[in-house]
Design a protein around this ligand. Structure first.
Ligand code: PEP
Length: 258
């Protein structure tokens, strides 16, 4: 049985005060015992990781993640943060390959491979994002594109993924991110099944069967029950709806019942 996972991607949002307000309200309202049923991770901007992890979330059993991580431990990479530094701040997860990073920062498969290897070596859990653009789906190229994005796994040796919970995959159709248009539950399940099969080819049945696969793209409390219903959908990677603690709590409640 896979434990559901809900990950919040806050992107470049919230002031320090807003982060603290969210954390206080969220902890107060999170029903007792939830963490036994659902893993929760919140990924704020780098500069808010410490405030969120040490002051608020870690004592409550909620994990903190980063939205990106470099492949080197240290060096002349202005503006970047290394996996070792993220570990230092008590981050547990790191999002890698988000479509906004691929699009605006031109991250390539080669860079993403290096980032995945570095994150795993540092003991972080990557949330590796893949997803097709609208035109690619309309041209019937969805699976070809996903296959190409997933090819980076070929260079990630199975030994670096010691157990299924040490790697998370997220299917985020680019046309669904922040657009209000979510994938149909059948589309999400079809892709998740494909991703699990691909992971199986690379890393074997045991890891693939136990690995969490998240759906991301305009998740809301209204559409999440049906999206999360797919047998290969183990949770969500949520942008907009995760900024509001009420909505995020509602999504957790939905997953608790999965
Ligand atoms: C995301 O950025 O990962 C995301 C899924 O955003 P949204 O939920 O706002 O579509």
């Amino acid at each position: 049985m896979r434990k559901p996972l809900l990950a919040a991607n806050w992107k470049m949002n919230k002031t320090l005060e807003e982060v603290r307000e969210f954390a206080q309200e969220f902890k107060r309202k999170l029903p007792h015992g939830t963490i036994g049923h659902v893993d929760i991770v919140i990924c704020p901007v780098f500069v808010h990781i410490t405030a969120l992890s040490l002051d608020h979330l870690l004592p409550a059993g909620i994990a903190v993640g980063a939205q990106d991580g470099h492949w080197e431990d240290k060096g002349a990479f202005t503006g970047c943060v290394s996996p070792a530094m993220l570990k230092d701040l008590k981050a547990r997860y790191v999002i890698i390959g988000h479509s906004e990073r691929r699009q605006y920062f031109h991250e390539t498969n080669e860079m993403l491979t290096k980032k995945l290897l570095a994150a795993l070596k540092a003991g972080l859990i990557p949330i590796f994002c893949v997803g097709e653009r609208l035109q690619e789906r309309e041209e019937g190229r969805t699976f070809k594109v996903l296959e190409e994005q997933m090819s980076v796994l070929r260079d990630v040796p199975a030994e670096l993924v010691p157990d299924p919970s040490s790697f998370v995959l997220a299917y985020e159709p680019v046309w669904a991110i922040g657009t209000g248009k979510n994938a149909a539950p059948e589309q999400a399940q079809e892709v998740h099944h494909f991703l699990r099969e691909t992971a199986r080819r690379h890393w074997g049945a045991e890891r693939a069967e136990g690995m969490r696969l998240l759906y991301g793209g305009s998740v809301t409390p209204e559409n999440f029950s049906s999206l999360a219903n797919g047998p290969d959908v183990d949770g969500g990677l949520v942008g907009g709806a995760s900024l509001d603690s009420q909505k995020f709590l509602r999504l957790i409640e939905i997953l608790t019942g999965k």
